[in-house]
Design a protein around this ligand. Structure first.
Ligand code: PGA
Length: 241
């Protein structure tokens, strides 16, 4: 199981000290087969990399520029630059960035170039509340998958994070039966072996007890709760107990 910590625009240099607990946990037997991936803001990736030197915690970025080359793009970072920090993952297509205007086509270019740069991609998809109410979830997910992954060979480099937009940061999560059906639906979109599927949206130390019962999931993308090491560890522990 994969546990991805999405710190969003939170954290500063002092946050590094809060990682000691997680590092200790990552070296203990209690972690079982859990794989931890931290996606802090760009400003902290290198420091986290140094901090994680002697443990198996992996790193990722939360987005990247679409260009595969270096260039005059003030304020941006491409996948090559992310890879050079020691990170191995990048989150792409997050709804918070789609909301700011990232199109499926742009996300597709980012994914292609991230793979070229040898990053693994955590590709986020999900419907809004209005789309859900209009029973458009399947149509929305199909479109996001079709366009976002256009001309991309599915391999272990792609993870899909199903994150209903209405669930992010709200405390609401889908009903188990509904979530299971949606994950099945996503898996069936792929002809060969489907990519690993994570669930994201308000995962916390309480609802993990229900979420872990959805055994077709390969892990979780955790926002708010991941900024607190104790909560993050608790989520991993509860997944296995
Ligand atoms: P949340 O965020 O866990 O705070 O809902 C998840 C995400 O946006 O990836």
């Amino acid at each position: 199981m994969y546990f991805v910590a999405n710190w969003k625009m939170f954290g500063n240099y002092k946050s590094i000290n809060t990682l000691n607990k997680v590092i200790k946990f990552s070296k203990s037997k209690a972690i079982k087969k859990g794989r931890l991936i931290y996606c802090p803001p760009y400003t902290l990736i290198s420091s986290f990399f140094k901090k994680f030197e002697n443990c198996l915690i992996d790193l990722g970025a939360q987005n990247c520029h679409e260009s595969e080359d270096y260039g005059s793009h003030t304020g941006f970072i491409n996948s090559k630059m992310i890879k050079s920090t020691g990170a191995n993952y990048v989150i792409l297509g997050h709804s918070e960035n789609r909301k700011k205007g990232e199109s499926d086509q742009l996300i597709n270019t980012k994914i292609k170039n991230a793979i070229k740069a040898k990053l693994k991609v955590i590709f986020c998809i999900g419907e809004t509340l209005i789309e859900k109410k209009k029973k458009k979830t399947k149509a929305v997910l199909s479109k996001q998958i079709k366009l976002g992954l256009k001309k991309i060979k599915i391999s272990s480099n792609i993870f899909i994070a199903y994150e209903p937009v209405w669930s992010i940061g709200t405390g609401d999560i889908p009903k188990s039966i509904e979530l299971e059906k949606t994950v099945q639906f996503i898996k069936k979109k792929f002809k060969g072996k489907p990519p690993k599927i994570l669930y994201g949206g308000s995962v916390n130390t309480e609802n993990i007890k229900d979420l872990k019962k959805i055994t077709i999931l390969d892990g979780f993308l955790i926002g708010g709760a991941s900024q607190n090491s104790k909560k993050f560890i608790d989520i991993v522990k509860k997944t296995y107990n």
